[in-house]
Design a protein around this ligand. Structure first.
Ligand SMILES: *Cc1c(COP(=O)(O)O)cnc(C)c1O
Length: 370
């Protein structure tokens, strides 16, 4: 039995007929930029997360970058985020000329450790970017409390957690601004690059809209110097159709996660834990003392795996100048050597989950015996 890491064709089959019709319509009118599909998706996504505004942008990296810019973050400001995130989070900080300040993660939730945020705050700190990594909300109660006490802005990186609930809210609507990527493999994925920003703040929303469209409200009138980061019209059409399925796809992910966790009890790997709010399982990440052997054994059984992420940000050549030597973030560093992401996608069958779990049990027995 083959188990791919991800199979997007299952999602496509559900929307294909309607999508063919909408694509024909858009292509027939040759109106490829902005328009009704984008406006409707923005409204539908805002309603879905219960925020006042949603602004479509070109990708999740731009969502973060333009949010920071719209909030006035710039040179001389420090922005705190987790050492174990994807580089897009920190690229956005550098893009506005601010300084990246990294903090270690919590070893159980894999999200930023609030106790360590507090210790990293200086008079220059302006914002915190919690990342809802793997689909699990960060410890937002603690983070919002720290932010309130120190007058800091919270910009949520919800790029892996579309639809996750935290208390009464959906992630992205707890801080001042929430950023989503709709990269194809994300929980709400387009057929190319796409992103969306949500906020309840009218002024921030207005500023983001201006920035994302060349600083212009009216064609060829530029109020400020902006950027080109619009949500593509064809992608908006895909996202509108997929948004209708997001909740049931997330429930499917939760069922798959539950089945994995049950089947892996007592095996040689540590299954992930649900710590804050509900988890929408963008990734199902286990820890194992011998990742190389385990991923090879799974590959031999036709099972694809991945690692998110093999190297914490501070140990990349790109960030040598930040001056964090190895050992700076021991929790992230230790986890980076042990984590393994298992196949996880809506449409994955119970038989496939059982096959992966059985292969893990078999492989970890062999590794332990060797
Ligand atoms: C995917 C992702 C991004 C960036 O999104 P793109 O759409 O690829 O630019 C940012 N942060 C995290 C945590 C992500 O997973």
């Amino acid at each position: 039995m083959n188990v791919p890491f991800l199979d997007l064709s299952i999602q496509h089959r559900l929307i294909k007929d309607e999508l063919d019709r909408v694509f024909d319509e858009i292509i027939g009118t040759t109106a490829f930029i902005q328009g009704e599909q984008v406006e409707r998706f923005e409204r539908e996504f805002a309603d879905y997360v219960h925020s006042r505004h949603a602004i479509g942008v070109a990708n999740g990296t731009d969502a973060l970058h333009l949010s920071l810019r719209a909030c006035g973050i710039g040179p001389g400001d420090e922005v705190i985020t987790a050492a174990n995130t994807f580089i897009a989070t920190t690229e956005a900080i550098s893009a506005v000329g601010a300084t990246i300040v990294l903090v270690d993660m919590d070893p159980v939730s894999y999200t930023i450790d609030p106790a360590k945020i507090e210790a990293s705050i200086t008079p220059r700190t302006k914002a915190i970017i919690p990342v809802h990594l793997y689909g699990q909300p960060a410890d937002m109660a603690a983070i919002m409390d720290i932010a309130d006490r120190h007058g800091l802005l919270v910009v949520e990186d919800a790029c892996q957690a579309h639809g996750a609930r935290y208390g009464e809210k959906r992630v992205g609507t707890i801080g001042a601004v929430g950023c989503f990527s709709c990269y194809p493999g994300k929980n709400l994925g387009a057929y190319g690059d796409a992103g969306i920003i949500v906020t309840d703040d009218d002024a921030i929303a207005d500023r983001i809209r201006l920035l994302a469209n060349h600083g212009s409200r009216k064609k060829y009138e530029h109020e400020i110097e902006g950027w080109n980061s619009r949500l593509d019209t064809l992608q908006a059409a895909v996202l509108r159709l997929k948004l209708k399925h997001l909740d049931h796809w997330n429930v499917e992910r939760q069922e798959i996660a539950r089945r994995y966790t049950e089947a892996l009890a007592g095996s040689g790997v540590r299954p992930p834990s649900i710590v804050h709010g509900d988890h929408v399982w963008h990734l199902y990440v286990v820890e194992t003392p011998d990742r190389v052997a385990l991923s090879a054994a799974l590959s031999d059984q036709g099972i694809a795996t991945a690692v998110h992420y093999p190297v914490p940000l501070h140990l990349h050549a790109a960030y040598r100048e930040l001056g964090y030597p190895a050992g700076s973030f021991p929790v992230s560093e230790r986890a980076a050597g042990r984590i393994l992401s298992l196949p996880m996608y809506p449409g994955m069958t119970p038989e496939q989950v059982d096959h992966v779990a059985a292969a893990i049990r078999q492989a970890t027995t062999i590794v332990a015996a060797a």
